[in-house]
Ligand binder design. Structure first.
Ligand code: ATP
Ligand code: MG
Length: 483
C-alpha cells in the first residue's frame, strides 16, 4: 500500500505538531509520532492521544513543548519512567525517549535502556503499531515502517513484528491486545501469530487482573463484541480468564431434544445490546445474564431442558466472579446483580391479565434501572423465527406502556416507604434486627400491593394494626423474640 504524502502532511498540521517540531529542532533531538496515532491516522480513524518518541530525553522535550504552548498546557512528569504527559485543548500528548527492552524469562519486568528508534519499534506489539512518522523539519512527514505495517493495514492483518512466541512470552497481555484490535478494527489475526497465542496462552496468568479487565472492557465496548469473545474462546484465553463464560458453551441432547448453545446466545445478546447502548455495565450485564444456567440445568421428561432459577443462581455467582476478576465490587456489582436477577421478570408481565401490583413491584425493584432492564430483555430475544421475534417485541412494547402508565399514576420507581426502620425502632423500642425488617417490608408490600396508599398516616395505621396482631406494644422495651 502506498500512502499519499500530502495526506500525512495534512493530518500533521496544526499548532501542536508545529510546536513539537520547533521544540525538537531547537533541542536537536530526533522526534517521531508513533504507534496507535499513526495507525489510526492511516485508517482514517479518529484518535485522541498522541504518542511521541524522541531519541533523547522525553522529559526535556515535553518541557520545551509545554513552555511553547504556554498557559493552556498542563504537564505531568513521571521521572521514574522517563515519560511526560502534556495536555492541551483536550489532546493528550505522551513523550518518551526511545528505549530498548530486554526480558528475562523469570521476571515480568523488562530491563529498559535508552535505544534507537529501531530498538523502540522492535519492542512494539504488532506491525500496524510499529510505525513512526518523523516530525523534525528536515524529514517532516517521513514514514518509518520497518515491518511493512502498511501492507498489514491494507490487508487487515494483526501480526507481531518479531517472533510471536517471544513477543507474547515477554508481555502476555499482548495476546489480549491482538484479540482486542481484531475486534475493534475488524482485522484478522495472522495464522502464526494466532498459533503462538494458543501456545503461550497459559502465560496470561502472570498478567495483573487490572490489565486484563482493561482489555476486556475495550473488547466489550467494541462495535461487535462477539468477535473478540469468539477469538478469546478459540485461542483458549477465555477459559483461563473467565471460565464461567466458557461453561455456557455446548449443546447437550437427550431423547432427541437439545437446548440452545448459551455461549453463542449470550454473545448475540451482547451484540444486540451493543447496537443500542454504549453503557459498559449494561453490556457486562448482558455477558452475565445467563451465567447461572449451567448450574441449574435439568432434563425434565415432560418439559425437556429447563433452567429454572438461573437468574438467581447467576446473581449469586456474581460477587465471587467480580472478586476473582477484580471487577469493581461496588455499585457496579449491585447494578449487574439487579439486572441479572430481574431479567426474566418483564416477560411474564406481558400477559394481558397481569395485575398493577406486579408492575408496581418490578418498578420498585428495578428503580431507575428499569429502562436498562427493558433494553436487556429486548436484546435477549435471539430467536431465528421472525414471527416469534415480532410477538416478543410487541409484548415488551406492552410492558413498557404498562410500566409508564403505572409509574405516572403511582410514582413507585424511587419509592421509599413513608415509615423507615429507625422510626419503627423508636416507636416500639426495638433493637435493630429481623423484626424491624419484617415490619418495614410489610409496609412496603402493603403499598406495592395497593392495600394502602403511599402516605404516612395510612402506613402508621397499618403498622399499629400489625403490631397489635403481633402483640408488640409501643411502650414495652426490647422485645427481641416476639414474633
Ligand atoms: P488505543 O489507544 O486505542 O488503546 P494504541 O495502539 O494507541 O490503541 P496504547 O495502549 O495507547 O494503544 O499504546 C500505544 C502504542 O504503544 C501502541 O500502538 C504500541 O505501539 C505500543 N504498545 C502499547 N502497549 C504495548 C504492549 N503491551 N506491548 C508492546 N507495545 C505496546
Ligand atoms: Mg493510544
Amino acid at each position: 500500500m502506498e500512502i499519499e504524502q500530502s495526506y500525512i502532511l495534512n493530518k500533521l498540521s496544526g499548532k501542536i505538531f508545529e510546536v513539537i517540531t520547533a521544540s525538537a529542532d531547537v533541542l536537536q533531538v530526533e522526534t517521531y509520532v508513533i504507534g496507535g496515532y499513526v495507525r489510526d491516522m492511516i485508517l482514517h480513524r479518529p484518535s485522541k492521544d498522541i504518542d511521541v518518541v524522541c531519541v533523547g530525553s522525553g522529559i526535556e522535550l515535553a518541557q520545551e513543548v509545554a513552555k511553547r504552548l504556554g498557559k493552556g498546557a498542563q504537564t505531568a512528569f513521571f521521572k521514574n519512567y522517563g515519560t511526560a504527559q502534556v495536555k492541551y485543548q483536550g489532546t493528550e500528548i505522551e513523550f518518551v525517549g526511545a528505549r530498548k527492552e530486554s526480558y528475562t524469562h523469570d521476571s515480568r519486568n523488562p530491563i529498559v535502556e535508552n535505544g534507537t528508534l529501531q530498538d523502540d519499534l522492535n519492542r512494539r506489539d504488532f506491525t500496524i503499531n510499529a510505525m513512526a512518522i518523523c516530525l523534525n523539519r528536515e524529514r517532516y512527514g517521513e514514514l518509518i515502517d520497518p515491518f511493512d505495517g502498511l501492507s498489514d493495514l491494507d490487508e487487515y492483518r494483526i501480526k507481531t513484528p518479531l517472533s510471536p512466541d517471544i513477543t507474547f512470552s515477554d508481555d502476555p497481555l499482548r495476546m489480549m491486545r491482538a484479540v482486542r484490535f481484531a475486534g475493534q478494527l475488524g482485522f484478522f489475526i495472522e495464522a502464526e501469530t494466532f498459533e503462538a497465542i494458543e501456545r503461550n496462552r497459559e502465560r496470561i496468568l502472570i498478567v495483573s487482573k487490572e490489565r486484563i479487565v482493561d482489555e476486556l472492557n475495550k473488547i466489550i465496548l467494541s462495535p461487535r463484541p462477539s468477535v473478540g469473545f469468539e477469538l478469546l474462546e478459540q485461542t483458549g484465553l477465555l477459559n483461563l480468564i473467565f471460565p464461567e463464560l466458557v461453561a455456557l458453551k455446548g449443546i447437550e441432547t437427550k431423547e432427541g431434544i437439545g437446548h440452545k448453545d448459551n455461549f453463542s446466545h449470550t454473545l448475540t445478546v451482547l451484540d444486540n445490546l451493543a447496537r443500542t447502548t454504549g453503557n459498559l455495565w449494561l453490556r457486562w450485564a448482558a455477558l452475565f445474564h445467563d451465567i447461572g444456567k449451567p448450574r441449574v440445568k435439568r432434563f425434565d421428561n415432560k418439559l425437556g431442558w429447563t433452567f429454572h432459577g438461573h437468574e438467581f443462581k447467576g446473581m449469586k455467582m456474581l460477587k465471587g466472579i467480580f472478586q476473582q476478576m477484580k471487577l469493581p465490587a461496588n455499585d457496579k456489582l449491585r447494578y449487574v446483580e439487579k439486572l441479572v436477577s430481574l431479567h426474566m421478570r418483564p416477560i411474564v408481565l406481558a400477559d394481558e391479565e397481569v395485575t398493577d401490583s406486579a408492575i408496581r413491584r418490578l418498578l420498585f425493584e428495578a428503580g431507575d434501572d428499569i429502562d436498562d432492564l427493558m433494553s436487556l430483555c429486548e436484546a435477549d430475544i435471539t430467536s431465528k423465527n421472525p414471527e416469534k421475534v415480532k410477538r416478543f417485541l410487541h409484548n415488551f412494547q406492552l410492558v413498557r406502556s404498562k410500566l409508564k402508565e403505572i409509574e405516572e399514576k403511582d410514582r413507585v420507581r424511587n419509592f421509599q416507604p413513608p415509615i423507615d426502620g429507625l422510626q419503627i425502632m423508636e416507636m416500639f423500642h426495638l433493637p435493630a434486627g429481623k423484626l424491624v425488617g419484617e415490619l418495614k417490608s410489610a409496609i412496603k408490600d402493603a403499598i406495592l400491593d395497593g392495600e394502602i396508599p403511599n402516605e404516612y398516616d395510612a402506613a402508621y395505621a397499618y403498622l399499629m394494626k400489625l403490631a397489635e396482631e403481633k402483640r408488640i406494644s409501643a411502650d414495652t422495651s426490647l422485645q427481641t423474640d416476639l414474633q
